[in-house]
Design a protein around this ligand. Structure first.
Ligand code: NIG
Ligand code: FE
Length: 342
């Protein structure tokens, strides 16, 4: 019996898929090159714009039901494929509908600053102004988000943009959780810690300085080995983080561009195989540590008296180590959410 996974970083509400870019990547294009050609996040934004709210809900719910069967009991979901006020609100309303209709626990994050839309090409700062002056106030007034995120990375948003957005969000009580140091040594980890982010996520480009900044902070370093694998990025220094006394969380980053999978059992295996984490360390990393990174560790992330009964029972296995070891087998037999068999 395991506590259900808490997946603290996903973009599971999206329209369609991007397997054409998958093939482009195999042919040799990088994630940044694809983005520059209007692919990537902007491609998903176009698809989302042309998809009705009901259809977006249906597509997303199918993925939610899939991850429930794969053992996930709580999920954080980001906006960020809207990139204009109406479409960002559409995404956030779909997240709210999932929260109301599914037994999975849901936290919503506003990620208006995920990419600069075409209309603002070469006017990035004007887009940041729009996020601050137009989007954040309405997202907050409709109570559509718990957290706020910025893609603080090379080619996307700068530290200055990120600081402005986080300050604006904090005025409305939106706690930061940010994308940092995936593509470059972006300063995102430092910024996240400075603004007391609940988590800083990705961290493929991290060295001693980032580890030192995180030490003694309340910010959870969250690694996303699915996207590092899928994009062929360097592996983040999980071992060095743990050896320095840091906790580490592992999440799926389920999204159409860099990690088209929400399989948290596979994420556990990648933590062991790629990041050299021990089976007991990855179990903590996908349950209690990700619960912390979603702000729900009081009620989720472990099996304990008084907590929500989110549990899965495996098929018969010889040891707990067998679970991440058998990386291609599902092994989940029974899923229980809120005390009920699903
Ligand atoms: O976490 N890095 C930024 N955002 C996503 C990718 C989104 C996409 O490519 O659609 C990520 O990897
Ligand atoms: Fe992400």
């Amino acid at each position: 019996m395991f506590p259900s996974f808490c997946d603290s970083h996903t973009h599971i509400v999206y329209a369609g898929s991007r397997e054409g870019e998958f093939a482009d990547k195999i042919r040799g294009l990088s994630y940044e090159e694809i983005a520059k050609r209007g692919g990537g996040i902007l491609n998903s934004a176009k698809k989302l714009h042309n998809t009705s709210e009901n259809e977006l809900y249906d597509q997303s719910l199918e993925r939610i039901n899939e991850i429930i069967q794969l053992g996930t009991g709580a999920v954080e979901i980001k906006s960020g494929y809207g990139l204009n006020t109406d479409d960002e609100l559409k995404m956030l309303r779909v997240i709210r509908r999932i929260k109301e209709s599914s037994p999975v626990e849901v936290k919503a994050t506003f990620l208006g600053a995920h990419a600069v839309p075409d209309e603002f090409r070469d006017r990035r700062e004007d887009y940041v102004d729009k996020v601050i002056n137009e989007m954040i106030p309405v997202v907050a007034s409709e109570d559509l988000a718990d957290y706020i995120d910025v893609f603080c990375d090379t080619g996307f948003f700068t530290v200055e943009d990120t600081e402005r957005i986080l300050m604006a969000g904090l005025k409305y009580g939106l706690i930061p959780k940010i994308h940092a140091n995936e593509l470059g040594f972006s300063g995102g980890v430092h910024t996240g810690v400075k603004y007391n982010a609940l988590s800083v996520d990705h961290l493929e480009r991290s060295g001693d300085e980032e580890i030192e900044v995180l030490s003694g902070s309340d910010t959870m370093p969250t690694l996303l080995p699915g996207s590092a694998l899928f994009l062929g990025l360097p592996d983040p220094p999980a071992r060095r983080m743990i050896d320095a006394g840091l906790p580490v969380a592992l999440a799926s980053d389920y999204n159409p561009g860099s990690s088209p999978s929400g399989n948290m059992k596979l994420i556990m295996s990648l933590g062991c195989i790629r990041l050299k984490m021990l089976p007991e360390e990855v179990i903590n990393a996908v349950t209690i540590n990700t619960a912390y990174a979603m702000g729900i560790s009081e009620t989720h992330g472990s099996i304990a008296r008084g907590k929500v009964a989110n549990i899965f029972i495996t098929k018969q296995i010889p040891s707990f180590e067998f679970f991440p070891y058998a990386f291609g087998s599902n092994l989940i037999d029974t899923v229980i959410l809120r005390g009920k068999i699903i």
